[in-house]
Design a protein around this ligand. Structure first.
Ligand SMILES: Cc1cc2nc3c(=O)[nH]c(=O)nc-3n(C[C@H](O)[C@H](O)[C@H](O)COP(=O)(O)OP(=O)(O)OC[C@H]3O[C@@H](n4cnc5c(N)ncnc54)[C@H](O)[C@@H]3O)c2cc1C
Length: 187
C-alpha cells in the first residue's frame, strides 16, 4: 500500500490530493496536511482587505469534503520534514525529476547544473502536451562524494525567456522565476 502525504491544503495541494486519491483508489492512503481547518481561496484576499467579502465567505471547511473522498485530513502545521529517503549514495546512479512551465510559448528545454551554474546539462523532457501545458523532465546523475550536493534546474521557453539567477522581488510576490535549487545529502 502506498501512503501519499500532501502538505499544504491550498489551491495546488487540495487538487493534488483529490487527483492522487482518484488515481490510486481504495488500496492506497492519501493524507492531506494543512495549517488551518479551511481551504482559503487566495485570490479573494484583496476583497476581504477592501471589505467586499468576509473571511467565512471565501473559505470552506475541509474535514467533510476530504472525508467524502476518503482522504485523511490532518489539520496541523508541518514544522519539520524528516525524509531519510532523501539521502543519496555517492557513486550510485540517481534520477531527479521535476515539472517545468512557461508563459505560453512552450518549454524548449530544461537544464541541470551540479557545479553552481558553471556548466549545464540538458535534462530529458517528457511528453509535449501543448504549449500551455506543464512539461515533465528528468535527469540522471551520480553524486561523486559524501556531503551535500546542490542541484540547480533551469527551464527555457521556446520564445527564449529563461529563469533568472537572482530572485526579482516585487510587491505582489509574483514573478518568482529564479533558478530552482535543491540540496541533497550524500552518504
Ligand atoms: C491577490 C491574489 C490574486 C490571485 N489571482 C489569481 C488568479 O486570478 N488566477 C490564478 O491562476 N492565480 C491567482 N493567484 C495566484 C494563486 O492564488 C496561487 O498561484 C496559488 O494559490 C498557489 O497555490 P499553492 O497551492 O502553491 O499555494 P497556496 O494556495 O498558497 O497554498 C499553500 C497552503 O499551504 C499551507 N501551508 C503553508 N505552510 C504550511 C505548513 N508549514 N504546514 C501546513 N500547511 C502549510 C498554507 O496555509 C496554504 O493553505 C492570485 C494570488 C493572489 C495573492
Amino acid at each position: 500500500m502506498a501512503r501519499v502525504v500532501v502538505m499544504g491544503a491550498g489551491l495546488g495541494g487540495v487538487a493534488c490530493a483529490y487527483e492522487m486519491k482518484k488515481k490510486l483508489g481504495k488500496g492506497h492512503e492519501v493524507a492531506m496536511v494543512g495549517s488551518s481547518a479551511y481551504f482559503e481561496f487566495t485570490p479573494s484576499n484583496p476583497w476581504i482587505m477592501v471589505g467586499w467579502r468576509t473571511p467565512p465567505q471565501t473559505r470552506v471547511e475541509l474535514a467533510k469534503p476530504l472525508a467524502s473522498k476518503d482522504i485523511r485530513w490532518i489539520p496541523q502545521m508541518v514544522d519539520a520534514i524528516d525524509a531519510p529517503g532523501s539521502t543519496l549514495r555517492a557513486g550510485e546512479r540517481t534520477e531527479i525529476s521535476g515539472i517545468a512551465w512557461d508563459g505560453g510559448s512552450g518549454v524548449a528545454r530544461v537544464e541541470v547544473s551540479l557545479d553552481s551554474g558553471a556548466t549545464w546539462r540538458e535534462a530529458k523532457l517528457g511528453r509535449d502536451m501543448g504549449r500551455y501545458s506543464w512539461r515533465q523532465w528528468r535527469h540522471d546523475f551520480k553524486p561523486k562524494s559524501a556531503g551535500v550536493t546542490t542541484v540547480l534546474a533551469r527551464a527555457t521557453a521556446r520564445d527564449g525567456s529563461t529563469q533568472s539567477d537572482k530572485l526579482v522581488h516585487n510587491p505582489a510576490g509574483y514573478h518568482h522565476n529564479v533558478v530552482q535549487r535543491a540540496d541533497y545529502h550524500v552518504a
